[in-house]
Design a protein around this ligand. Structure first.
Ligand code: GLN
Length: 198
């Protein structure tokens, strides 16, 4: 089975490790540059993207991650992980850097104070069956996409209707929401079976 890492500098690592194991991968926590080299793919979890950025630079992980992603390593970013994969970030702190690779502009904490955290059911292309319960926690949305980026899901209704919350560009996948907290592993399975094995 493929070895899939979960970036483990900060954020909800354990839930992703479990979801990946239950999706047919061998999941390992990634904290060191050597571990970046060992994995077939990587999940970047939710958390706090500014903190994660600082830790990635402090632990000498930013450069190895940029290089592996540039060489085509599959990666899936959820929430803060989506921000880390984005080429451009709005409402970031002045010194915030990303790993990049995904040709999108994301807006941090985009849903605003009133709807800081919310849940909705949505459909996501590539993921069959019942709608997905999407849990948003101080989430970003995708505000602009480059030509190679495929929009997989948007918010179905409410004040943020139509906002882009799941995208794919080749071997890179990102969602604004947190599939690891619902027990529904279809998105992890999609990453492991469709994106990693393609
Ligand atoms: N608001 C966080 C950030 O900007 C992301 C929140 C999350 O990952 N749940 O990094």
């Amino acid at each position: 089975s493929p070895v899939v890492g979960v970036l483990a500098v900060q954020g909800d690592v354990r839930e992703h490790l479990r979801a990946l194991e239950e999706s047919g991968a061998h999941a390992i926590a990634v904290r060191r540059p050597e571990e970046v080299e060992r994995v077939d793919g990587l999940v970047l979890p939710g958390g706090e993207s500014t903190t994660m950025d600082k830790l990635l630079r402090a632990f000498d992980l930013q450069q190895p991650l940029r290089e592996r992603i540039a060489r085509g390593m599959p990666a899936y970013g959820s929430c803060a992980g989506m921000i880390l994969l984005a080429d451009k970030v709005l409402d970031s702190t002045t010194d915030q850097q990303t790993i990049g690779g995904l040709d999108v502009t994301v807006r941090r904490n985009a849903f605003g104070r009133q709807v800081d955290s919310f849940e909705t059911d949505l459909t996501m292309s590539g993921v069959d069956g019942a709608p997905i319960r999407a849990v948003f926690i101080r989430a970003p949305w995708v505000e602009a996409v480059g030509p190679a980026v495929e929009v997989l899901a948007t918010v179905p209704d409410g004040p943020a209707a139509g906002r882009v919350v799941a995208v794919r560009q080749g071997s890179l996948l990102a969602t604004s929401f947190h599939p690891e907290v619902t027990g529904d592993h279809r998105i992890h399975r999609f990453f492991v079976t469709e994106i990693l094995r393609r």
